[in-house]
Write a protein that binds this ligand. Structure first.
Ligand code: NAP
Length: 294
């Protein structure tokens, strides 16, 4: 049976480090603060939002929630974001996704100031990731995958990674991050032919398609490391990954569970980015003392 790569363990480790950072900041009179924007009131979105706000509050990050109606316009959203950009008491801004179809998502992403873009969705931050520069903010989920590989000291150099899914949130930025670690990367998508054959060449297989249990034994090379990013909620509210865990666990050498895998780490990375945004902002002040992150 493959070794379980516990996202909960990785997350706990990171959160403990962040708590120390936040405590140190508080001694300097600074409390990291983030604004969260939720549009509409779908149950899954509210559950996700509450879990993020709970973790933020537990570690000492101030959270300010803006709840907007389903029919909010792009202009109204831009107005709110512009105010938050100018508000010096707010270090980070996050918007719960998916956004309604009639909202111009790219425009919204690029309206958020790159310095407060803790989700790493602004084009300036994304461009930095593609240039191999992590001084800005990288997308949280792709970073969470790298954090898990790093925590478990998984050697990537020269290995073949196959990523299933090419979204801007996961697949594309992750491909650049793995490339920077000297992996050879293949990015697959819905038009890829013989995807199972390609997947079977992977030393590290990352599934990020949003297709419940789609990755079975046909996709796995014996001994592969399998990272399941998928979060698919069925009619009964049960969460499934993209990987058929029961089928794959005996063939893989290591595997992330769902839940308790990548998702747990994504929230910790978001908080890490809020703390980093607070540090960056406060360090630009002439009287700054809080420049070191643990
Ligand atoms: P997305 O924007 O819908 O992108 C899905 C990607 O998968 C697309 O590139 C699509 O190809 C590809 N794809 C879809 N069906 C496929 C198939 N049958 N074979 C091969 N490729 C296929 O989704 P996303 O936002 O990246 O999210 C992906 C999954 O990760 C979802 O389950 C989501 O809930 C989950 N997620 C988890 C976290 C976390 O923290 N764990 C965070 C974000 C997302 P095309 O480009 O050709 O359409």
């Amino acid at each position: 049976m493959g070794k379980l790569l516990s996202g909960k363990e990785v997350s706990l480790n990171l959160i403990n480090k962040l708590k120390k950072n936040i405590l140190k900041f508080k001694c300097e009179g600074i409390t990291p603060a983030a604004a969260f924007i939720r549009i509409g009131s779908q149950r899954d979105d509210v559950t996700y939002q509450n879990s993020i706000l709970r973790v933020c509050n537990n570690v000492g990050v101030i959270t300010i929630l803006h709840e907007l109606e389903d029919n909010v316009t792009t202009d109204a959203l831009i107005e709110l974001i512009t105010k938050l950009n100018e508000d010096s008491s707010i270090h980070g801004i996050m918007i719960f996704r998916p956004l309604p179809d009639d909202i111009d998502e790219e425009l919204i992403n690029n309206t958020i100031s790159p310095e407060k873009d803790v989700e790493g969705m602004n084009s300036i931050n994304l461009a930095k990731v593609f240039a191999g520069n992590y001084e800005g903010f990288a997308p949280c989920t792709a970073t969470a995958v790298m954090e898990i590989l790093d925590y478990y000291k998984i050697s990537l150099k020269g290995k073949h990674a196959v990523i299933l899914g090419r979204s801007m949130v996961v697949g594309k930025p992750l491909s650049m991050m793995l490339l920077k670690k000297d992996e050879t990367v293949t990015l697959c998508h819905s038009k890829t032919e013989r995807i199972d054959e390609i997947s079977r060449t992977a030393d590290v297989l990352v599934a990020a398609m949003g297709r419940a249990n789609a990755v079975g034994v046909d996709y796995i090379k014996p001994g592969a490391i399998v990272i399941d990013v998928g979060i698919n909620v069925d009619q009964n509210g049960k969460i499934h990954g993209d990987v058929n865990f029961d089928e794959v666990v005996n063939l893989a050498s290591m595997i992330t569970p769902v839940p308790g895998g990548v998702g747990s780490v994504t929230t910790a990375i978001l908080i890490k980015n809020i703390v980093k945004a607070a540090r960056n902002f406060e360090c630009n002040k002439p009287t700054a003392k809080v420049c070191e992150l643990i």
